[in-house]
Design a protein around this ligand. Structure first.
Ligand code: NAD
Length: 262
């Protein structure tokens, strides 16, 4: 439910340190992607941790230009090579491409059956993308990873995912730091004697939303993982729910998913 994101974390020491600190702090989930170009460092840090491979959950994603049946098979094999793993725990379609997603999903189901990934899912899928996927899918996505934070609470996506039994996972859960100065959030944080980041992460977890905050600083990685010693009450949750403005910092899925195609 809770993990470390490594977008814009440099391959090499920066990513190996971040993953090492997270695993030491009790995190057991790391979210990477082929396009982040840091899978080798993620794999290295997991292997060096001394933890069993089965105790750490690693997600990676097929990038837009490798979608389609053949491209996706090749993309996961290449990711496994960089990670130095026999399998990943979750493989995601990074962005929805309406022309390619059904072939991509057929490959994902094949990779799941082969044991090269333990679960398959999607990212940045709007309800209409889920509908299109399900016209040919044998299995629904286990996860839909979408931009989600207090200013974009993704009510429609959450409803569509609930109908499919798909877990929603929040990317940019802190809106890349922007929501941490919101007075509603800082005031709730002060009431509980915790930080704004901890309040936002806790809001997601209490909604049953998985979350993958990013940091490359050890102190913040520890802080973002230390969210199990307090509980937001109903009025805190409602006040944060009220901050929804349908305000994205990332691209529109319908536009971005059609870019960078093979
Ligand atoms: P985020 O919302 O996690 O914000 C990270 C930034 O917030 C940090 O760089 C730092 O500036 C600040 N921050 C983090 N912890 C803090 C703390 N405790 N106190 C103060 N400031 C703090 O943004 P993100 O990195 O965009 O998203 C998280 C992860 O989601 C990524 O690393 C990646 O794994 C994933 N992601 C996925 C997609 C996708 O298309 N599927 C897109 C973007 C990100």
């Amino acid at each position: 439910m809770h993990g470390l994101g490594v977008y814009l974390t440099r391959e090499g020491e920066e990513v190996t340190n971040a993953v090492q600190w997270a695993l030491e702090a009790g995190y057991r989930l790391v979210d990477t992607a082929a396009i982040y170009r840091n899978e080798a460092g993620v794999g290295q840090a997991v292997r060096a941790s001394g933890l069993e491979r089965g105790d750490v959950f690693v997600t990676t994603k097929v990038w837009n230009n490798e979608q389609g049946y053949e491209g996706t098979i090749g993309a996961l094999n290449a990711s496994l090579g960089r990670l130095g793993f026999d399998f990943v725990d979750l493989y995601l379609i990074h962005w929805p491409n309406v022309d390619l997603m059904n072939g991509t999903w057929r490959a994902m189901e094949h990779l799941l059956a082969e044991g090269k990934t333990r679960a398959i899912g999607v990212s940045n899928f709007e309800p209409h993308h889920l509908d299109q996927l399900m016209t040919t899918a044998t299995l629904p996505p286990s996860v839909n990873q979408v931009e989600l934070h207090p200013n974009l609470s993704q009510t429609a996506v959450r409803r569509a995912c609930a109908e499919l039994g798909t877990l929603v996972q929040a990317w940019s859960p802190l809106k890349q730091g922007e929501v941490l100065v919101d007075p509603t959030i800082t005031s709730i944080a002060a009431d509980h004697g915790v930080t704004a980041a901890q309040v936002v992460i806790r809001w997601q977890l209490q909604h049953g939303i998985a979350t993958i905050p990013k940091s490359v600083r050890q102190k913040r990685i520890i802080e973002n993982g230390d969210v199990f010693g307090f509980v937001l009450d109903q009025s805190d949750m409602a006040a944060i729910d009220d901050l929804d403005r349908n305000d994205r910092i990332g691209p529109e899925p319908d536009v971005f998913g059609q870019r960078y195609v093979p």
